[in-house]
Design a protein. Structure first.
Length: 327
């Protein structure tokens, strides 16, 4: 884009200069004036100032002046208006805004890249934004991306998320996770493959439309695959089977969006050999440990706070942004 903008600026300035040079040479050759007098006469003619003739003009010079006014002022007016539009409302502000965003993205680390602003992508963006995560969005529709920036200040890349260049521009090699919510399962699979090759340690979550697509996305490198229609069906069934429970959790989440949060915490190395009470701020009352998942997949619900933690275990907790006491 920078090269294109420079070419446009050069072409417009060149167009204006060409008219000035032609007018100067015309007066110099036709009237025999000096270069400076010819330049002065050309400038005041094109500017329509009307100071009067620098020297007396013969008929040939007057005809040349008429042609210069008719054609030259039109060309210069077009060039100046296009140049003004480009500088204040066109490509230049867009270019400067993009450079600013590129600089912001280049400083991000351990951020989340969201590919596609579908409904699923927008909900994921809103949830991550509320949780305080740094986010970069890749979206093909520039209007949607611009609305995103205006609403939340989230930096974005306009382009196809399946292309390596756009993923690299979003800082995929420094990212912590990627969410791909494109409308096509094939495109989501392509993003997963590309992102995995660029960052093998990346946590990748993908949207899928069918169960067969879910298996394929997992096979090509997605850590987790979500089928929105499946989750929606489960929620609707739960609203019928257990309406009070679902309403209770929904009220908690909507009323206390920053306080009520369920998370699964892998046991950190520094927690191994210590009790749950020593590792998590249970005493403050801001957190509850719901279950411990053991390495073999067995789940121990409502574990005692004196439970000793081991390698490869995970804790399911509900609370306000849990912070490890030992971290």
């Amino acid at each position: 884009m920078g090269r294109t903008l420079a070419l446009k600026l050069v072409s417009l300035l060149g167009l204006i200069m060409a008219v000035v040079v032609m007018g100067t040479l015309g007066y110099h050759l036709l009237e025999g004036w000096s270069i400076f007098d010819s330049l002065y006469m050309t400038v005041i003619t094109l500017a329509t100032i009307g100071y009067g003739e620098t020297h007396a003009l013969d008929n040939v010079g007057r005809i040349f002046t008429i042609l210069l006014i008719i054609f030259g002022t039109g060309v210069v007016g077009y060039g100046l208006s296009s140049l003004t539009l480009m500088l204040f409302q066109g490509d230049l502000p867009v270019y400067l805004r993009k450079k600013k965003m590129d600089k912001l993205i280049s400083r991000l680390e351990n951020h989340v890249v969201i590919c596609g602003l579908s409904r699923s992508g927008l909900y994921a963006l809103e949830e991550l934004h509320q949780a305080g995560h740094n986010i970069v969005v890749i979206e093909q529709n520039e209007a949607h991306a611009a609305q995103l920036l205006a609403a939340s200040g989230t930096p974005y890349i306009v382009g196809d998320a399946t292309e390596d260049a756009n993923l690299l521009a979003a800082g995929i090699v420094r990212a912590r996770a990627l969410i791909t919510s494109l409308t096509s399962d094939a495109n989501n699979a392509f993003v997963v493959v590309t992102a995995r090759s660029l960052n093998p340690q990346l946590t990748i979550v993908s949207k899928a439309e069918t169960e067969s697509a879910r298996k394929k996305l997992q096979a090509v490198g997605a850590n987790q695959v979500v089928i929105p229609s499946y989750l929606g069906g489960m929620n609707m069934a739960s609203l019928v089977a257990n309406p009070q429970t679902m309403h209770f959790f929904e009220r908690l989440h909507s009323r206390y969006p920053h306080a009520f949060r369920a998370e699964v915490l892998p046991v950190l190395d520094e927690w191994v050999g210590r009790s749950i009470a020593e590792c998590l701020p249970i005493a403050s009352g801001n957190m509850m440990v719901i279950a411990v998942e053991l390495p073999g997949g067995e789940v121990q619900f409502n574990p005692p706070l004196a439970t000793i933690l081991h390698q490869d275990e995970s804790l399911m907790v509900i609370g306000q942004h849990p912070q490890a006491a030992g971290s």
